[in-house]
Design a binder for this molecule. Sequence first.
Ligand SMILES: CC(C)(COP(=O)(O)OP(=O)(O)OC[C@H]1O[C@@H](n2cnc3c(N)ncnc32)[C@H](O)[C@@H]1OP(=O)(O)O)[C@@H](O)C(=O)NCCC(=O)NCCS
Ligand SMILES: CC(=O)OP(=O)(O)O
Length: 329
Amino acid sequence: MATFLSTMIDRAKADKKTIVLPEGNDERILEAAEKALEQGLANIVIVGKPEEVAEKGFNLDGATIIDNTKGDLRKEMAEAFYELRKSKGVTPEEAEAQMDDVMYFGTMLLKTGHADGLVGGACHATKDVLHPALRIIKTAPGSKLVSSFFVMEVPNCEFGDAGTFMFSDCAVCIQPNAEDLSEIAVATAKSYQKLLGAEARVAMLSHSSYGSVKDDDTQKVVEALALAKQKAPEFAIDGELQADAALVPSVAASKAPDSPVAGKANVLVFPDLDAANIGYKLVQRLAKAEAYGPITQGLGAPMNDLSRGCSAEDVLGVIAITAVQAQEA
Ligand SMILES: CC(C)(COP(=O)(O)OP(=O)(O)OC[C@H]1O[C@@H](n2cnc3c(N)ncnc32)[C@H](O)[C@@H]1OP(=O)(O)O)[C@@H](O)C(=O)NCCC(=O)NCCS
Ligand SMILES: CC(=O)OP(=O)(O)O
């Protein structure tokens, strides 16, 4: 049976894109690069010192390895970064020094067209990937908010689409207000349909189902639901729902009867970053689920993060997803 990963790899191969991997010092990144090259799913650019990358012993034939610490490209990226950020008070010297940071250098390679997408975060915290993304790539036209999702593949699971889900926002927006949460819900519904080619059924999660608890937190979700429905009436979005009501048909029948989503949700929108980040890691570790992401949405170019707990297989999945996003950019 085709898995999410095999589908993404096949789609990536159909129109090969160039993906930059700024963390050439990380073995999981190099192992994933080796696999990506072997399978022909993307052209690979690695940021790192060529001799140090070679020492790790991976077969990276065909990859371009770029040293950010010297050479013409460093100068070119520093100058382009200065032009972008001088209005924010950045000096030419600061721009040059900023290129020591592989994440900024890699983001500049993406910005200037040396790559179509970027994957990083195996050894950088999420904020260190998101800062250059927000400062250099910025939001896509028509998008106000950058957020993220994980594709979760839960083994032996009858819920969602045979165990496949998107969880959002597990990485970017710390304390989204109702307006932000509505943007996250609509963006993730669109991402689900685009990436997985199936109808999204979006549950706005809470500790309440259909008014069973009324407090400031549940009312934020109620407000977000109303805004999301107004913005995108074409999507099946419902709430507020507890996780059991969202997933389990028998619980849905008692807690949220007649809901178009309860008991069959495949997109879970969590009320804040605490709930979302904790929730995805619990499912990943306790249910032994595959967790691909965090994949950003709303950015002007495909640039995706990884968990520092990722495996080489997770990195390969995110490279494939990023290449597919680049085909659509
Ligand atoms: C995403 C994050 C890094 C942004 O932090 P920040 O300090 O607001 O970012 P910056 O100041 O660099 O913002 C740069 C610009 O992006 C904008 N911005 C920030 N977050 C944004 C978002 N989610 N969507 C769109 N724009 C955003 C800022 O308003 C700013 O705009 P300006 O240059 O016009 O003033 C921060 O929200 C964060 O740390 N999130 C949690 C990450 C995390 O730790 N996750 C847990 C583990 S996965
Ligand atoms: C997404 C995420 O939680 O990243 P990390 O594990 O690197 O903090």
